[in-house]
Design a protein around this ligand. Structure first.
Ligand code: SF4
Ligand code: SF4
Ligand code: SF4
Length: 414
């Protein structure tokens, strides 16, 4: 038992009972199965899908039972990014025989549309009714319609929680930020830097409107290095590729290792800044109980996206850039931080915890169980994780099948 507690430490303040955790996990697994367990004649694929549902359900159970979030969310988020790249690049080789985008691919609207393009396309679409990105409107997983549809659902629910639970790129800088135990550079002191993504957002939106093309995708996206990039045919495309690689190495690998922060997502990505504006319209928030806070600032230094400051802490709130990652909640030794639902008073966890029933009176027992279930953290984790599951279902299965194909047949292609 001691060994088990060492591997899976429990936060007594937020841990749910075994039965409640099991009940919630089974419910969550039913939703996950709906997206993962599609009918397929392929036995190998069915086994992979079943294993994925089991793994996802296990992570969810651990979040409920241990009362800790960041460790189990990170496992999903980082794995998703790595497997996404394997699947995405595999698809490109299957379909085109190469990773780059040729001029013919672009003119046939074969560029995959990702969420980061959304802020750059909105202004031209609204003012001149033109979609400035060469992608299909519907009919594929990377079409404009499907990506915008999913994004619209998030702006009223998890908001910038997208950046800790859903984005297929975000796990990369998160993964590198977890390498090494020591923070070699305390970047928190550079306070003005947290405004950088808003400057990048303003620049790319304006520039994209003026030149009528997605400037960030053409010149600044570090993730082009791992997914697809325009074919190098001239000096301009060569320079663009050098910029992509330079930004990837700096923002996604080196700075996260040095600072233990998600520097690409916290200091550069325009979509992250854009999505922050919708944090005000969403159902879920992160709140700090000032009565319990002892001003130790562990939450501030541990926030991976610079979303907590001394100033915001004084107000009992996070900055609008909060990605609902759960790190501050896990890090706070006083249990002063937790998720809350907008408009509903912040639950005092101690009161809730005292209500947890250990007596035999069934009415109290049921009240205690309902209290455990109707908890904002259950709703936030379930909603955000489910969004991640929906987006990842195709990629995770495909990537694992490709890896097993590589081991058994020596090729990752289908
Ligand atoms: S900030 Fe950008 S790259 Fe990072 S997780 Fe959010 S959308 Fe993805
Ligand atoms: S970690 Fe908790 S106690 Fe410490 S400053 Fe943050 S909210 Fe306050
Ligand atoms: S404020 Fe807390 S929940 Fe929000 S991003 Fe920072 S550590 Fe994560």
């Amino acid at each position: 038992m001691d060994m088990l507690l060492k591997i899976f430490p429990v936060n007594q303040r937020f841990s749910k009972s075994f039965m409640t955790s099991l009940f919630l996990t089974l419910l969550f697994a039913c939703f996950v199965s709906f997206f993962y367990l599609t009918v397929t004649a392929d036995r190998q694929e069915s086994i992979v899908r079943l294993c994925l549902v089991t793994g996802i359900a296990l992570l969810y159970f651990l979040m409920m039972k241990t009362g800790y979030i960041k460790r189990y969310r990170s496992i999903f988020f980082i794995s998703f990014s790595v497997l996404f790249i394997i699947s995405f690049v595999g698809h490109l080789y299957d379909a085109r025989g190469h990773m780059y985008l040729s001029r013919a691919n672009i003119s046939q609207l074969e560029t995959p549309f990702c969420h980061i393009v959304i802020p750059m396309t909105i202004v031209p679409a609204a003012l001149s009714k033109t979609i400035i990105f060469p992608a299909k409107m519907s009919g594929s997983y990377a079409s404009i319609g499907s990506m915008v549809g999913i994004w619209l659902l998030t702006i009223f629910t998890i908001g910038r929680g997208w950046c800790s639970w859903v984005c297929f790129y975000g796990g990369l800088d998160e993964g590198f930020s977890k390498i090494g135990k020591k923070k070699r550079w305390n970047i928190d002191r550079l306070k003005k830097m947290r405004l950088l993504p808003f400057a990048v957002l303003s620049f790319v939106v304006l520039a994209s409107f003026l030149v009528q093309s997605a400037v960030y995708c053409e010149w600044l996206c570090p993730f082009k290095t791992t997914t697809e990039y325009a074919q190098i045919v001239d000096f301009k495309s060569f320079i663009a590729t050098v910029i992509f690689i330079g930004l990837f190495v700096t923002l996604v690998i080196v700075l996260p290792i040095l600072t233990r922060k998600r520097t690409q997502c916290g200091l550069f990505c325009p979509f992250g800044a854009f999505q922050s504006f919708f944090n005000k319209s969403t159902l879920y928030r992160v709140q700090i109980d000032k009565n319990k806070c002892k001003d130790c600032l562990k939450c501030v230094s541990g926030c991976p996206t610079f979303s907590l400051t001394k100033k915001s802490l004084e107000k009992g709130k996070t900055e609008i850039t909060c990605t609902r990652c759960g790190s501050c909640i896990d890090n706070c030794p006083e249990g002063a931080i937790d998720y809350k639902i907008a408009g509903v008073p912040f639950t005092q966890k101690d009161d809730y915890f005292n209500e947890k029933d250990h007596s035999k009176k069934w009415k109290q027992y049921i009240a205690g169980k309902l209290n455990e279930i109707f908890d904002p953290r259950v709703f936030l984790i379930s909603t955000a994780f489910l969004f991640g599951v929906i987006i990842s279902s195709r990629f995770l299965t495909d990537a694992i099948l490709r890896i097993s194909n590589l081991i058994m047949n020596g090729t990752m292609l289908h």
